[in-house]
Design a protein around this ligand. Sequence first.
Ligand code: S3P
Length: 429
Amino acid sequence: MRFEPARGLSGDLHAPADKSISHRAALLGAMASEPVRVVRYLRAADTDSTLDAVRALGALVEVHDDEIVVRGCGLREAHEPDAPIDVGNAGTLLRLLPGWLAAQEGRSFMLDGDDSIRRRPVDRVVEPLRQMGAELQATDGRFPPLSVRGGRLRAISWELDVASAQVKSCILLAALAADGATTVGEPARSRDHTERMLLGAGVSIHRNGRHVTVVNADELLLDSINVPGDPSSAAFLVAAGVLVPGSRLLIRDVGVNWTRSGFLRILRRMQGIVLGDLEDESGELSPHEPVSDLDVAHGALEGTIVEPEEVPLAIDELPLVALLGCFAEGETVVRGAQELRVKESDRIAGVVDGLRGLGAEIEATDDGFAVTGSGGLRGGSIDARGDHRLAMVGAVAGLASQEGVEVIGMDAAAVSYPRFVEDLAELAS
Ligand code: S3P
C-alpha cells in the first residue's frame, strides 16, 4: 500500500481502545465469578484472540459492538479445552494466560500461535510458574508451543531480569491462587495496568518502589471496566501530526497512565508540540486509569538520548522515536532496548533497515539505535515484516516523506489498529 506525502493533517478523532488493558479486562473477566462489563473493548486481531481463548476455557462472552460482557469461570475453574489455544500474534496473551492456567489443579493446556509467536521467548514465565508449583514445557525450553499443567501453587518472591509487564502480570495472576503473599521485583518500572485492575477488583496489592506484593484471593470482584484510548496507537497519529507540516490534530480520551506516557515525554523533550495532562509518576497504587485529550501541532524537533530506565515506559513507541530522529536536528540515540529484538519482529533490525531504505542515516547497536537527523526522508519502500507497529511507522514515514512510501504488508496493522489507514486518510482529506 502506498502513502503519498501529505500537505497537512487536521481533525479530531479517537484512537482505538487500549490493547494492553483490553487483554487484561477479558482475562480478569474470565477469572471473575460475577459478570464483568467492558466498555470500549478493543476489537482487533490480538484482542479477538483473547476472547476466543477465554471462551475455549469456559467463559461466556457477549459482544455488542465495542462493549462486551464476560461471564467468567472463577479463579480455579477454567475448563480443559480439547484443542490447543491459538493466541494468534498476541504476545500479551501468550505471557499472561499461563498465570491463570497454572492455578488449574490437575488440568492441562497447550498454547500456540503464528510464526512470529513461535519466536517469542516464554522461559521468562516458565521459570517462575514452575517455582510456584505448575508444570510447564516449552520447545527447546524457550519457545511456544507451550504446555501448562496446573498445580497447587506456592507464593514466591521473584526478581525479573528484564522489566517486562507481561511477565510481572503473569506472576501476579498466578499469585491470586497461591498460598500466601507473592512479591515481584522489576529492574525498572513497567506498565502497571494489571496492578491497577487487581486493586479495582478488591485484591490486596501493594507497591513499594520497584516491588509489588499481592495476597492470594478467593475471588475477583469487578463490575465494569472502561478502556481508555491506546497511547501506543495514538502515538502514530501524534507522530504524523508533529512531522507533517501544517498539521493540527486533536486526539480524544487517550490513556495517560505515567507508565505508558514515556513516548510523549520523549517527544516533548525533542520540542514536539503536544498538549495534554499526562499523569505524574506515582508510587501509590490507584485503580484509576487517567485519560486526556492530546492537542498536536507540527513543529521543528531536536535530537535526544533515551536512557535505559525510560525504555519500558515507551517500549512499543521506540520505532517511532527512530522515525522522529530522522526529522530532528542532531542525533537521537536509544540505549538499553535489547527487548526490541524479541517483539513481534526484531524491531531494531526492522526499523533500522526499513528507515535506511527510505534515506535515513541510522545505525543499529546491540541494544538500540543511533539516528542522525537528515532533514527528513526521501521515501521508497519498507517491509513491515508482519509487524503491526513497523507497518504503521512506514505509513507515517510516507505522509512525511518527499516522494512517498510503499509499505509491504500494511494488513499487519489489524493486530492493534484495524482502522488505521482509514483514520489517516480522513485526517489528510
Ligand atoms: C505489554 C507489555 C510490553 C509491550 C507489549 C504489551 C503488556 O511487553 O511491549 O506490547 O500488555 O503487558 P513486555 O512486558 O514483554 O516488555
